[in-house]
Design a protein around this ligand. Sequence first.
Ligand SMILES: Cc1cc2nc3c(=O)[nH]c(=O)nc-3n(C[C@H](O)[C@H](O)[C@H](O)COP(=O)(O)O)c2cc1C
Length: 323
Amino acid sequence: MKLGTVNIDSRVALAPMAGVTDLGFRAICRELGAGYTVTEMVSAKALCYQDKKTLPIMELGSGEHPAAVQIFGSDPACMEEAAAIVAERSGADVIDINMGCPVPKVANNGDGSGLMRDPEKAVRVAEAVLRGAGGRPVTVKMRLGWDKGSINCVELAKAMEQAGVSAVAVHGRTRSQMYSGTANWDYIRAVKQALTIPVIANGDVFSAEDAVRILKVTGADMVMIARGCFGNPWLFQQAKAALEGKPVPDPPPLAQRCDTAVRQFRLSAAHKGEKIACLEARRHYAWYLKGVPYAGYWKEKVCHVETMEDIDRVTAGIKRDLK
Ligand SMILES: Cc1cc2nc3c(=O)[nH]c(=O)nc-3n(C[C@H](O)[C@H](O)[C@H](O)COP(=O)(O)O)c2cc1C
């Protein structure tokens, strides 16, 4: 598939997730079959104010290509400047605009899914980002609409195509649904039928079979996985195999899964520092242990790790006690 001039040779992508898809996790997902990754959302305002803490969020790993940096905001001038900063400093192949974030602090400010309530502004934002992107492809990630009475993904996606964006990703929920209920893939199909640019389908893909089904139902060009890969980056190789008509491999045994988790945490620690990486590892490690029989004791332990040494100690215990 092509996003503008950028070639993507896998149909399985990792979705952007604030607080989850940091450089370490993205590296592991890529190793295990994600052909395209998107950073956590980056505030355009923070970029324009040259907030130092924001720059690492948009750093890509070595070899992490093709990949997108996602920005959010709704002021066209600021979004243009932010896109130019991303283009200049991150090495991103693609710049993605967030039009889906439902968090009140973001959406009620007119950013994220708030842009779906103001399609004219959304178009001005897309045009501004295209100007700032310096020729890099620009994509948009959206929901179905603000609420069920105002579903406008088809119209907005068409307006985005007309503005010049290279692809749209659609999460099959409204902003009001947040993450509840089930994703409606029929609207994603309607978007696909209305556009000529590629469409990326997203929402409720938790297994390899779901990945096959969402592409079948929607006719979309690529599937984007979010919550399904929490603690389970093997979902990418499974989905990839299923889509290629190959046997779906089982995830490796627990000891090997733990080694992968620890490798992820080391990559994150090298990037953002041991302290923050270990705090964030607590949640990830608990996800890696989800469904493991008799893991209660060790799940409690991972919730208190503070250093890589703690993580190594807990990991040795898990490998000794659990299967
Ligand atoms: C913890 C979390 C953080 C998220 N952060 C972002 C984000 O920064 N940008 C974005 O476009 N979507 C974000 N999303 C939405 C996901 O990318 C995705 O659209 C949504 O979770 C639906 O896919 P799923 O059903 O596979 O989880 C986030 C979702 C979760 C659960």
